[in-house]
Design a protein around this ligand. Sequence first.
Ligand code: PRT
Length: 109
Amino acid sequence: MDQTNATLARLEATIAARRSADPDASYVARLHAKGLGKIAQKVGEEGVETVIAALSGSADELVGEAADLVFHLMVLLGARDVPFARVLAELDRREGLSGLAEKAARPRD
Ligand SMILES: N=c1c2ncn([C@@H]3O[C@H](COP(=O)(O)OP(=O)(O)OP(=O)(O)O)[C@@H](O)[C@H]3O)c2ncn1[C@@H]1O[C@H](COP(=O)(O)O)[C@@H](O)[C@H]1O
């Protein structure tokens, strides 16, 4: 397993373990206590903050916001019982398929 996948696998396992923790002691548990809607909202907020950092922040700020976004996305996937491996497998499936070619092959409305 390469470094990227090892980091994500560790984070996924930590998130799964913290879901049922005390919400007073765990941010992951607190998010789950607030429900799927709150988790999804956080992903949206972190996405917007990542965009702002990309357009007007430093590289360090962009790294920080991107980490927040990936973390909250992993919490969201876990809340829906979707293993991150499925996302990686989907990216693998798309490997080598140009985004332009994929779009051109879509059925027209
Ligand atoms: N990677 C992260 C991570 N990244 C960001 N965050 C938290 O995500 C939150 C995002 O910041 P915000 O200001 O948007 O949050 P907020 O003020 O609570 O937001 P609102 O209540 O206003 O919606 C902060 O509380 C950050 O500390 C994280 N919290 C946890 N982890 C990982 O998850 C593990 C388990 O964490 P706990 O569940 O807290 O033990 C940790 O050991 C880490 O590995």
